[in-house]
Design a protein around this ligand. Structure first.
Ligand code: NAP
Length: 288
């Protein structure tokens, strides 16, 4: 592309940012749409997130993604919040509006679009959610928004599981989330579940671990969705498949959270065919 006086800039705020795949998504989309837009990573020091978004606005940056550790830290610097992001209490996408940035969480609609593309439905499902960190918390809100009938939230720290359950149940106005310790899985009602793996266990380079190692757990799963995409087959996924279930990694979630952000910044709809082309390039870059 030719960078000139009309080039618009988007970017990623985070720390670290060196390994991000987001520039692949956005610069490929800009090329496909012939948009005069460039997407770059911005390394921000801890404590500087608010200064960074103020500076970005003053520099006329069109849009930003926000990643670890700033997804909640930037909230006081926003002029508006999308209702879903407000509920979750974390944003990953900032859109330039009159007077400042509006915050969105495209991770969750991204996960939803990725799951829908694989034929995985949430409405009416009973879900096992592994983890109670930032990602799991957001997934619990997604489950509430999409009509999941029950979420069994299993986490190493029961205290954190309790806190997420209490918050989601209160905000959704129903007793949706049941918190449990990981070791309590044998007491789950005897049926098959959709399991969403939202812990960091199994992430490269610690690929020979799963958050629950006991094989009996995997007899309870008809579909396993791991938010991790490196490696492309986690131990969790291997165990799900070994016990007859279908298993997916999280690269399509990454793809669609990026696509939804790009759509918001540029007010376009990305056709599915284009999304698949970007996915091909993303897979190549991710080595999957
Ligand atoms: P986080 O806030 O740090 O939460 C980590 C979670 O993992 C907590 O539930 C923690 O349990 C659990 N955990 C960590 N080590 C454990 C261990 N040794 N044994 C049992 N549980 C352990 O992280 P996050 O931001 O939620 O991210 C979670 C995962 O999702 C990461 O792997 C991340 O790469 C992935 N992710 C993927 C995408 C995507 O686009 N595909 C987007 C967001 C996140 P405790 O509460 O007990 O500490």
């Amino acid at each position: 592309m030719i960078i000139d006086g009309h080039t618009r800039t988007c970017g990623l705020l985070g720390n670290p940012v060196e390994h991000t795949l987001s520039p692949v998504i956005h610069n490929t989309l800009a090329e496909k749409f012939s948009h005069n837009l460039v997407y770059v990573p911005f390394l921000v020091e801890e404590g500087q997130a608010l200064a960074a978004i103020k500076g970005a606005y003053d520099l006329h940056i069109l849009g930003l993604n926000v990643t670890v550790p700033f997804k909640s830290a930037v909230l006081p610097g926003l002029v508006e919040m999308d209702p879903m992001a407000e509920q979750i209490g974390a944003v990953n996408t900032l859109v330039r509006t009159e007077g400042g940035f509006r915050g969105y969480n495209t991770d969750m609609p991204g996960l939803y679009r990725a799951m829908a593309g694989e034929g995985i439905k949430l409405a009416g499902e009973e879900v096992i959610l592994l983890g109670a960190g930032g990602a799991a918390r957001a997934v619990a809100f997604l489950c509430a928004a999409k009509g999941v009938s029950r979420v069994y939230l299993l986490n190493r720290s029961l205290e954190k599981a309790n806190a997420v359950a209490e918050e989601v149940n209160e905000k959704s106005g129903r007793k949706l989330v049941a918190p449990m310790a990981l070791s309590d899985y044998p007491s789950l009602p005897d049926r098959k579940y959709l399991a969403i793996q939202a812990t960091s266990v199994g992430l490269f380079p610690h690929t020979d671990h799963a958050v629950i190692e006991e094989e009996a757990f995997y007899d309870k799963i008809h579909t396993g969705y791991d938010l991790i995409y490196k490696p492309s087959e986690t131990k969790f996924m291997k165990l799900v498949r070994k016990h007859g279930g279908k298993a997916y990694h999280g690269l399509k979630m990454l793809l669609y959270q990026g696509i939804i952000a790009y759509e918001l910044w540029n007010e376009v709809a990305v056709p599915e065919e284009t999304a698949q082309e970007v996915y091909g390039i993303l897979r190549e870059k991710a080595g999957i």
